[in-house]
Design a protein around this ligand. Structure first.
Ligand SMILES: [Zn+2]
Length: 478
């Protein structure tokens, strides 16, 4: 146990995660197995993530739409790989209004089916393309092993679904949106990610190519942070979506889909937290600065609160998410501990002696060091202080990932290493799915990503010894 009564990360990471999610009041389990209730602090983090993504979707020419939650089973069944991949996870509504339905309705596990059956009506000519649409929604994929944010039956996400006249355009779109995901993961959520391409075995059901970003959590396990798929013409063919090209010839449209979910709230906790709780990057912190007044007498209280309230108003006016914690029922030490576990990046302490000296103390959640700052300078310097916390947190996570990314020198060294200390392991691979499956069975690691373009490793496959055709990066993953 750490000094804060949390399990230490190094001793029991899963228990640490459960306790931090609970004490930081992010979420709790819902009454139905696999369901989750997101609490205000957790939902505010999701709202900030949504805003960061949505602004970038709009800036790249996308519009939001909304499609129904219920999908007739016959529609879902039309793309064979897609339905086969999702079948074990689909929940089906068979009764409504007290009667058995003529056709069962699937609760969407993802929306390609309903969207592409609609695009058939929306796409006639090359002039209708591209369609650049995104949907903010919940989806349901049956899960019995629940882990808050990371694995729940119902989860919140966005799913982009675009249609294009050429394969090149669709591939460019899939890669453009992957880059948006990388930017939000790294610059907003403070999670360094590797970008790349999935092996065929790890591809989205129905995709020609799946691109991904992969992060490393503080237990040295990898987490898939977002995926973007080039779907080729599979869905256009399954749902009969054709357009007349400039020469008047009918062609099937080219598709992409891409998703980023609220599991990234869990990823932010696991990639940035420490033994004292959450450490939030300011960009995703619902409260960036908390002001804690310190006083004993009523007179002290009046003068300290007056200055604290003015500071709060000035910081808020400067666009900073600030809270004045003037709750009288709690002592300062209790408040410090609460805001620490909730990951608030900066804390301002104001006491009578500080006021007499015309200063406050600014404490960082990162190092815990406290800096004396003149009251008059607090507001002007705050944006820079927050930016430096954002940078330092990212640098810390990046250093952790670099210390936990290894070259594979031999299969045995890799198998022993990934068992002992987790992390990412890169090495030559023959490209064969059977070899990949054998490695996974022996090590519990999976290929997290391949380079965007197949890269000659100049070495034999680290497992089977056949000629290497690509460089694979393996890890045990959530
Ligand atoms: Zn091999």
């Amino acid at each position: 146990m750490s000094t804060k009564g949390l399990p230490a990360q190094a001793e029991d990471f899963p228990a640490w995660y459960v306790e931090v999610v609970k004490r930081a009041e992010l979420a709790e389990h819902g009454p139905a197995k696999g369901s989750m209730i997101i609490k205000p602090h957790g939902y505010a983090m999701w709202e900030l993530t949504q805003r960061a993504l949505d602004d970038r979707f709009k800036a790249t020419g996308h519009q939001n739409v909304y499609f129904p939650l219920l999908i007739p089973m016959s529609l879902l069944e039309r793309e064979a790989d897609h339905v086969e991949g999702f079948a074990p996870q689909v929940a089906v509504v068979t009764h409504g209004g007290g009667e058995k339905l003529e056709e069962p309705l699937a609760i969407r596990p993802t929306s390609e089916a309903i969207i592409w059956s609609t695009y058939k009506r929306w796409i006639q000519s090359y002039r209708d393309l591209p369609l650049l649409y995104n949907q903010w929604a919940n989806v349901l994929r049956w899960e019995m092993r629940t882990r808050l944010f990371l694995r729940t039956s119902e989860f919140l996400w966005q799913e982009g679904h675009t249609a294009h006249a050429t394969a090149t355009e669709a591939t460019e779109e899939a890669l453009r949106m992957l880059e948006v995901y990388r930017e939000v993961a790294e610059e907003i959520l403070g999670i360094p990610v590797f970008s790349g391409r999935k092996s065929a075995a790890e591809r989205f059901p129905g995709a020609v190519e799946t691109y991904c970003i992969e992060g490393l959590m503080r237990d040295a396990k990898a987490l898939q942070c977002g995926t973007s798929h080039f779907l080729g013409q599979n869905f256009a063919k399954a749902y009969d979506v054709t357009f007349l090209n400039a020469d008047g010839v009918a062609e099937h449209a080219w598709a992409t889909s891409w998703g980023f979910s609220a599991r990234m709230i869990g990823a932010t906790v696991m990639a940035n937290g420490d033994d004292a709780g959450l450490r939030l990057p300011p960009s995703v912190a619902p409260i960036q600065v908390v002001i804690v007044p310190i006083h004993r007498t009523d007179d002290e209280r009046a003068s300290v609160i007056a200055v604290a309230e003015k500071l709060r108003a000035d910081l808020a006016a400067a666009g900073i998410r600030v809270r004045l914690d003037d709750r009288d029922q709690h002592r300062p030490g209790f408040k410090f501990a609460e805001w620490e576990v909730k990951g608030v990046p900066l804390r301002i302490e104001i006491g009578p002696r500080d006021l007499a000296a015309g200063r406050v103390l600014v404490a960082s959640r990162l190092g815990g060091d406290r800096e004396e700052v003149a009251v008059a300078d607090v507001v002007a310097g705050m944006a820079d202080r927050l930016a430096s916390v954002q940078r330092d947190l990212f640098a810390d996570a990046l250093a952790y990932r670099e210390a936990n990314t290894h070259e594979i020198t031999s299969f045995d060294a890799f198998a022993a290493g990934v068992e002992e200390r987790g992390g990412f392991w890169c090495g030559a691979w023959c490209g064969d799915a059977a070899c990949e499956a054998e490695v996974s069975a022996r090590t519990k690691a999976t290929i997290r990503f391949l380079p965007f373009d197949a890269t000659d490793p100049g070495a034999a496959c680290m497992h089977c010894g056949r000629a290497g055709v690509d460089v694979a990066t393996w890890a045990r993953a959530y």
